[in-house]
Design a binder for this molecule. Structure first.
Ligand SMILES: Cc1cc2nc3c(=O)[nH]c(=O)nc-3n(C[C@H](O)[C@H](O)[C@H](O)COP(=O)(O)OP(=O)(O)OC[C@H]3O[C@@H](n4cnc5c(N)ncnc54)[C@H](O)[C@@H]3O)c2cc1C
Length: 446
């Protein structure tokens, strides 16, 4: 039988090269760590539950390749003084909040339990408490990373500070993160309310949302999530401390009457809030996409784009059954300022309050892909054109909401893009992560 070295030398096709790579991994790590043919397809193709990016090939390899499944890197520990939570990158946020709940601790993560820790922090990480404490990445104390040469390094403000900066928003370009050490935040119980409205209420809710965005600076503890679908609108209000009464800044929303009080005003732990929100999340149709865009806050602009979106999304649903959402996320100056307390991040956010739009799209048939995706693509084009005309355009694209054809890394601006490329060349001189990764927002493509 030929040795692995000989087989490697003789391998020419991608399938042969992958086979040798898999056998090499098997011989050095053993079959408890490495699955080869026949594969457990539930693991290889499982998506939308960790592996949460819907972009094809971001967390899957198709028929040729090696999938690094990090799910067993799921340890969660809190330092003895409670100030830092060390979280394995294969954990999901639901597990993290559950584990921290028993320590009376919390971190800034993402808002649904099924989202993976690994990718969401590398893209930034937006949470209900971000307007007060910043993005998840801005609350990282240390990243433990395996580099392309196999060495394990810790990147933090003292060691490898350039890599530390780059990992905060720079995505999967520098190494495989195996552990995140995250500063905990002093929040346990939070005030929450979730209401559901008829779709006809969406324009009035968007106006209320804009009014709240303008007054939010006065109360960075408040956060509102507005999720508009074709059939109903969900409003989730969170305040990062227990309250007996709704915070006064939420007053604009009281002008619109909900048809359902899904979570009556109450105080819950962050873990309880996440569990409830997870139970209301949609099922798992076969195909998914999302898309991101940003602009300054302007009611007329938002309303105009929303009515365009609704018309298009209804037409496409009639033709394909696709469901789509229209979601606006508030980003305050207070959020932006939190980056600088911890060595900065790669995002190069413009100063001043802004809104990050996103959509989640679910549909069934591959033949509908182009038609279904055309709605969000047209929306972002229209949004950009209208915003440019009014001086309200922002180039930033949030990586965690970005679709396969968007370029979040380029949206950070030339200076930061070049700095990210320098860090990549320093820590990955062979550019392995650019050449051998199947997908992902790569610097080589930005
Ligand atoms: C319904 C829904 C709700 C969402 N809500 C939020 C939210 O509240 N806040 C928010 O910020 N985002 C949110 N997201 C976006 C989410 O953060 C991104 O999809 C993110 O990429 C998910 O990370 P993951 O590890 O689950 O994904 P994956 O698909 O596994 O990974 C995404 C990318 O990161 C890379 N990657 C993953 N782990 C590592 C690692 N350890 N080291 C190096 N590279 C790695 C992968 O190679 C891939 O390129 C939401 C997405 C959906 C679909």
């Amino acid at each position: 039988m030929r040795s692995l070295a000989t087989r490697y030398a003789l391998a020419t096709t991608p399938a042969e090269i992958v086979e040798v790579a898999c056998l090499t991994a098997l011989s050095s790590l053993g079959d408890a760590q490495v699955d080869t043919l026949p594969l457990n397809n539930a693991i290889v193709q499982e998506n939308w539950s960790g592996g949460h990016s819907p972009n094809p090939t971001w967390s899957s390899v198709g028929s040729n390749g090696i999938l690094l499944d990090l799910r067993r890197l799921d340890s969660i520990a809190v330092s003895s003084d409670g100030s830092v939570a060390s979280v394995g990158s294969g954990a999901r946020w639901g597990d993290v909040y559950a584990a921290l709940d028993s320590h009376d601790a919390a971190v800034i993560g993402a808002r649904l339990p099924t989202i993976g820790v690994g990718g969401s922090i590398l893209g930034g990480g937006y949470h209900h408490l971000s307007n007060e404490f910043g993005l998840a990445a801005d609350n990282a104390k240390n990243f433990e990373v395996v580099l392309s040469n196999g060495s394990l390094v810790n990147a933090n403000s003292g060691e490898h500070s350039d890599l530390f900066w780059a990992l905060k928003g720079g995505g999967p370009n520098f190494g495989v993160v195996t552990r995140y050490d995250l500063y905990t935040v002093p929040v346990h119980d939070a005030w929450v309310q979730m209401t559901v409205y008829a779709p006809d209420d969406a324009p009035r809710l968007l106006s209320a949302f804009d009014e709240w965005q303008r007054s939010q600076a006065a109360d960075s503890k408040s956060n509102a999530d507005l999720i508009i679908s074709l059939d109903f609108v969900v409003l989730i209000l969170v305040c990062s401390e227990p309250r007996a009464q709704p915070p006064a800044v939420f007053q604009p929303f009281s002008a619109v009457t909900p048809f359902q009080l899904a979570i009556p005003p109450t105080n819950l732990t962050l873990h309880q809030i996440m569990t409830i929100l997870g139970s209301t999340a949609s099922g798992t149709p076969a195909r998914h996409d999302y898309r991101g865009h940003s602009s300054r806050i302007d009611t007329n602009l938002t309303q105009q784009v929303y009515s365009f979106w609704r018309e298009k999304a209804l037409q496409v649903r009639q033709a394909t059954g696709a469901s789509q959402t229209f979601v606006v996320q508030h980003v305050s100056q207070h959020l932006i300022d939190q980056a600088s307390k911890n060595g900065g991040n790669a995002l190069a956010l413009a100063r001043g309050p802004q809104q990050w739009w996103t959509t989640t799209i679910d549909w069934e048939r591959a033949e509908d892909d182009d038609l279904v995706r055309s709605v969000s693509i047209e929306i972002t084009r229209k949004w950009e054109r209208l915003a440019r005309e009014r001086g309200l355009h922002l180039p930033f694209v949030f990586m965690n909401d970005a679709s396969r054809d968007q370029s979040p890394l380029a949206s950070y601006g030339l200076r930061n893009l070049q700095r990210l490329k320098q860090v990549s060349k320093l820590y990955d001189p062979s550019q392995m992560f650019q050449m051998l990764q199947n997908g992902g927002f790569l610097l080589s493509k930005s």
